[in-house]
Design a protein around this ligand. Structure first.
Ligand code: AP5
Ligand code: MG
Length: 187
């Protein structure tokens, strides 16, 4: 199964992916984590990406599409993948669709975690990642909001979109996600 999880910063994508990995044995691909690793390694990609990340801006589509295409060619993702934070733009969504088609694969479901802004701010203020400073978080939220409607429409038109309430305990949210996956499987 190829599953996409989207949602604003602090929505719980990483947390829910952890639960999905644990309970469904599906492999996790977080573009944010890959980028942070590149920054830590001070690689060419890391040097470019670090600048965008520290300003709360999206890393350019070309870079992201190349990273994900390369990742998807790894044997571990041959029959399924849990995409966390990718795609974030319609261009990324189109590229992902083309890449999966090329491999004879397709998405099963796209889950958007919906969480009100006050809750996001409160969750991130408790976490303390280097891009969790309030002014960077504001930039990340703006980057997300600007594109999310278009992404939702893109996946709605393909009958893949499931908007899930991300409030409650991680386990409550997980049960809703599980139900959303079942709904898509049945449709
Ligand atoms: P990325 O790493 O993906 O960050 P993000 O989208 O801003 O989201 P977070 O990882 O902060 O939040 P999350 O939804 O995973 O929540 P979490 O589970 O951690 O991206 C970072 C940057 O990389 C981007 O800003 C961009 O620059 C770049 N980038 C990445 N992908 C890109 C792409 N495709 N295109 C372009 N640029 C890209 O939870 C947050 C906190 O809340 C935790 O402390 C957690 O314990 C807590 N929490 C979780 N669930 C609950 C709950 N149910 N109740 C209470 N607390 C909870
Ligand atoms: Mg995350």
């Amino acid at each position: 199964m190829f599953i996409v999880l989207i949602g604003p910063p602090g929505a719980g994508k990483g947390t829910q992916c952890g639960l999905l990995v644990e309970r469904f044995g599906i492999h996790h691909l977080s573009t944010g984590e890959i980028l942070r690793q590149e920054v830590e390694n001070d690689s060419e990609i890391g040097k470019v990406a670090g600048d965008y990340i520290s300003r709360g801006k999206l890393v350019p589509d070309d870079i992201m599409v190349e990273i994900v295409a390369e990742q998807l060619s790894r044997p571990v993702f041959k029959s399924g993948c849990l995409l966390d934070g990718f795609p974030r733009t319609t261009r990324q969504a189109e590229a992902l669709e083309a890449e999966l088609n090329r491999r004879g694969q397709q998405l099963s479901v796209v889950i958007e975690l919906h969480v009100p802004e006050e809750e996001l701010l409160s969750r991130l203020s408790d976490r303390g990642r280097s891009d969790d400073a309030p002014e960077v978080v504001r930039g990340r939220l703006r980057s997300f909001q600007k594109r999310t409607d278009a992404l939702g429409e893109f996946y709605e038109s393909r009958g893949l979109f499931e908007k899930i309430d991300g409030l409650g305990t991680p386990d409550e949210v997980f049960q809703r996600i599980r139900a959303g996956i079942e709904r898509r499987k049945a449709s």
